[in-house]
Write a protein that binds this ligand. Structure first.
Ligand SMILES: Cc1cc2nc3c(=O)[nH]c(=O)nc-3n(C[C@H](O)[C@H](O)[C@H](O)COP(=O)(O)OP(=O)(O)OC[C@H]3O[C@@H](n4cnc5c(N)ncnc54)[C@H](O)[C@@H]3O)c2cc1C
Ligand code: SF4
Length: 584
């Protein structure tokens, strides 16, 4: 990069949001600098999607001395979880999913990146592409049940946009990146422009049919995966259904599953208008003393710790919901003593996400002993969209939840660890039962509350000497009541389908477990109660934008990444237009 140059725009962060900003702004002809704190990894060598467990010296485990924080640790202890740990490297719980060696360079080492406050299972990926390198790919749209949720039930705030505002941008994302699924014509889960869907297997079809009788829907996993290919992108291949999706903490080394580098950043670099600097940890948005405008970003080289300044006419934060809020709060100056863009005092507040944990496992007895089928050669199983608080009003809680689930044969047979026995009979039992299990778990909307917030810890710093986030956040009564209902309805649906319920999960997982953090710099029409306008532009600083999930006004119960990208596309179209007119 050229430090003497003033770029048209500087973007901080290269995940779903930053990648999309880079794509859209370079397509509009702008000269863009992208700063990413992590490394550019030889990602195919990291993921090694098709490696068999026995090809790996430790069956996929990271080298001795590494540790992934467990559910019990998150529950019993408080952050910083890695402090005083005897392990050399500590990762979030995702590092414990079987295959930690494949993500040890993608996930952050908690020893270097502490945080404090209330319990929170914070999963972070610091590498080019961020969390999109390993995301679960469930790609869902929001609807006006979400954008206008306050009008529906009176709680919180409506978004400053409607579904009609965002629909054209969802379509752009669908067409540019590819998404697989089946049309269902549901007003609360709008359809995408789908490529070839993956197939449901026998148990899933049976559940779908029985749910239809209950007025509920089971649809094939809507995956942010190109199943037909995207001809305009030479970095990606269509999904061959190689059965690798579920084996590891995630990742697709042929990039059929969307990831930001191959889906967005490399094509943007091919325009000749994108400069990428990895190993660049931003720590402040710089401000022009006279005008109060953003003039660039101060960053440290993540390896040498040397400090630099990047100059730009527009600053775009896309460091992920919590990191962007941290950057806003870190950017204190005479003009902005509480952090840039924070005249409302809402930066870091209204933090929301998804609650998960409740779920059910069942056995379809008729499938025991049936011939084996290839069921994990697909990017996902099924999704049961929200059915609560649409036309009905639940007595105990507002908003809703959906279920993710799957059934069928997988490379490592289901329930092997829970099955007693040994020898030939044990192996026969495992083989006979392998394809007969079905399970699903819920993701529910967590309400945004002003008191749910993060701020800067006055003492604790990360490895680079930058103040870290402190959490003030826990689930409330609405989430607890909703979780009870998840257990009841999960069981009721399996029983209705004649599936024997063999396991019920009732416990709520630690805050943060969903990896869907949202809301810390929300959009709105009123600068007193919101941080950004409907184009994710700071109310206070015209040339500052925050294009990630921090802008979301409520969490919905649908996974957020497709919406993050549709919003970023919309905002960057607006940004480029304003830039051309000389308004920024
Ligand atoms: C295992 C897993 C499964 C998931 N499954 C799903 C799913 O099925 N569906 C779904 O919708 N979502 C899913 N998600 C969430 C999804 O990955 C995120 O919503 C999405 O990646 C958010 O994009 P982002 O750009 O805001 O953040 P990120 O992808 O996290 O990217 C942020 C980037 O900013 C960089 N950065 C941070 N701070 C700084 C700084 N100070 N300076 C410079 N760079 C910085 C980071 O290194 C990172 O590369 C999953 C996530 C994980 C980890
Ligand atoms: S099943 Fe498809 S998306 Fe999943 S890893 Fe294989 S090719 Fe990639």
């Amino acid at each position: 990069m050229d430090l003497s140059k003033t770029y048209d725009a500087v973007i901080v962060g290269s995940g779903a949001a930053g990648g999309m900003a880079a794509h859209v702004l370079t397509a509009h002809g702008m000269q863009v600098l992208l700063l990413e704190a992590g490394k550019r990894l030889p990602i195919e060598q990291e993921l090694r999607s098709m490696e068999w467990p026995y090809d790996h010296p430790r069956r996929g485990d990271a080298p001795p001395g590494s540790h992934a924080v467990s559910f019990n640790e998150y529950t019993v202890r408080r952050p910083p979880y890695a402090k005083a740990s005897a392990f050399r490297h500590v990762y979030s719980y995702v590092g414990g999913w079987g295959g930690s060696d494949y993500v040890k360079n993608i996930l952050v080492d908690e020893k270097d990146h502490p945080y404090t406050g209330t319990r929170y299972a914070w999963v972070r990926a610091r590498a080019l592409g961020g969390k999109t390198n390993i995301w679960g790919r469930l790609a869902l749209r929001l609807s006006d049940y979400d954008f206008k949720a306050k009008s529906h039930d009176g709680y919180g705030e409506d978004w400053p946009i409607t579904y009609a505002d965002l629909a054209p941008y969802y379509e752009k994302v669908d067409l540019y990146l590819g998404i697989s699924g089946v049309k269902e014509n549901l007003p609360h889960l709008p359809d995408s422009l789908f490529q070839r869907p993956t197939k449901l297997n026998a148990a899933e079809v049976r559940l779908r049919e029985r749910l239809a009788g209950m007025g509920r829907v089971l649809t094939p996993y809507r995956a942010g995966v190109t199943t037909d290919g995207v001809k305009h992108n030479k970095y990606r291949t269509k999904c061959f259904g190689r059965g690798a999706c579920g084996r590891r903490p995630g990742g697709c080394d042929i990039h059929a599953a969307f990831d930001s580098p191959t889906g967005l950043i490399y094509p943007a670099m091919d325009t000749g208008r994108l400069t990428l600097r990895t190993n660049s940890t931003a720590y402040e948005v710089l401000v022009d003393r006279n005008s109060g405008r953003a003039r660039g970003v101060a960053f440290l080289d993540s390896e040498t710790r040397q400090s630099y300044e990047a100059n730009a006419k527009v600053v775009i934060l896309a460091a992920s919901t919590l990191e962007s809020a941290r950057l806003l709060l870190l950017s204190r100056s005479r003009q902005y003593p509480n952090g840039i863009g924070n005249s409302s005092g809402h930066v870091g507040h209204n933090f929301c996400e998804h609650v998960m944990g409740p779920g059910v496992t069942g056995l379809v007895k008729e499938l025991v002993g049936k011939p084996h089928t290839l069921d994990d050669g697909r990017p996902g199983g099924f999704y049961v969209p929200r059915f609560r608080n649409l036309k009905d009003r639940q007595p105990g809680f507002i908003r809703g939840y959906g279920f993710e689930g799957s059934s069928g044969h997988s490379m490592f047979p289901a329930h092997t660890m829970e099955t007693p026995g040994f020898g030939a009979q044990f192996k026969k039992t495992i083989r006979d039962y392998a394809g007969a299990f079905i399970s699903m778990g819920a993701f529910g909307e967590v309400l945004p509350r002003y008191e749910s917030h993060v701020d800067l810890d006055p003492v604790e710093q990360d490895r680079w000497g930058i103040p870290v986030l402190r959490f003030h956040y826990q689930f409330g009564d609405n989430e607890r009541k909703m979780a009870e209902d998840m257990v009841t309805t999960a069981r009721e649906m399996f029983e209705a389908a004649g599936i024997e319920v063999i396991g019920v999960d009732r416990d709520i997982l630690t805050e943060g477990w969903s990896i869907h953090e949202l809301g810390t710099a929300r959009m709105g029409g009123d600068p007193k109660t919101s941080v950004l306008n409907q184009f994710q532009q700071s109310h206070d600083v015209r040339n500052l934008f925050v294009v990630d999930g921090s802008s979301h006004v409520s969490a919905s119960c649908q996974n957020p990444t497709w919406t993050i990208m549709a919003l970023a596309w919309r905002s960057c179209d607006y940004l480029a237009d304003e830039f051309r007119k000389g308004n920024l």
